[in-house]
Design a protein around this ligand. Structure first.
Ligand code: HEC
Length: 124
């Protein structure tokens, strides 16, 4: 019995640890929140760098990831379908810039319409 006891305890610990990590994964937050993404939309921040062609490949990739995360986040206000439409346009344009597609920066500039999105989704 003396030998079995530590092993039983150990397996109990392993099982509990496994359950906890599964629960954590389900509760995982997106990499960026909407507010994180908005910080990069100030004048001269990441979004402007990408549009102005001053961003490194890593920065372009980061903007795509930010839009993808924002699309998965839930806006405080507005319809899910509209939120998805606006974010899909941002993701598409940011990916075009990342891929070096001609006109990508212009498409992104058009897609990043602050008031168009805020009027429906930003709390008043
Ligand atoms: C696709 C939608 C969308 C676009 C485009 C967008 N925003 Fe936002 N923005 C939001 C939402 C939603 C919030 C509210 C976030 C919250 O309160 O959780 C917000 C909030 C903000 C805030 C307040 C952040 C805070 O910490 O409370 C600022 C500043 C901001 N936006 C600036 C901008 C600027 C500048 C642009 C354009 C260059 C822009 N946003 C474009 C959706 C967008």
């Amino acid at each position: 019995m003396r030998r079995v006891y530590p092993i039983a305890l150990l397996s109990l610990a392993v099982i509990t640890g496994g359950i906890i990590s599964v629960l954590r994964a389900a509760d995982e937050k997106p990499k960026y929140t909407i507010k994180d993404v908005m910080k990069e939309h100030k004048k001269g921040a990441l979004k402007d760098k990408v549009i102005d062609g001053k961003a490194t490949p890593e920065e372009k990739k980061k903007l795509v990831e930010m839009y993808e995360a924002m699309g998965k986040d839930k806006p405080p206000r507005g319809e899910a379908a509209n939120w998805k439409k606006l974010n899909d346009a941002l993701i598409k344009a940011a990916k075009e810039v990342e891929a070096g597609k001609e006109g990508g920066a212009d498409a992104l500039k058009k897609a990043v319409n602050c008031t168009e999105c805020h009027k429906d989704h930003k709390p008043k």
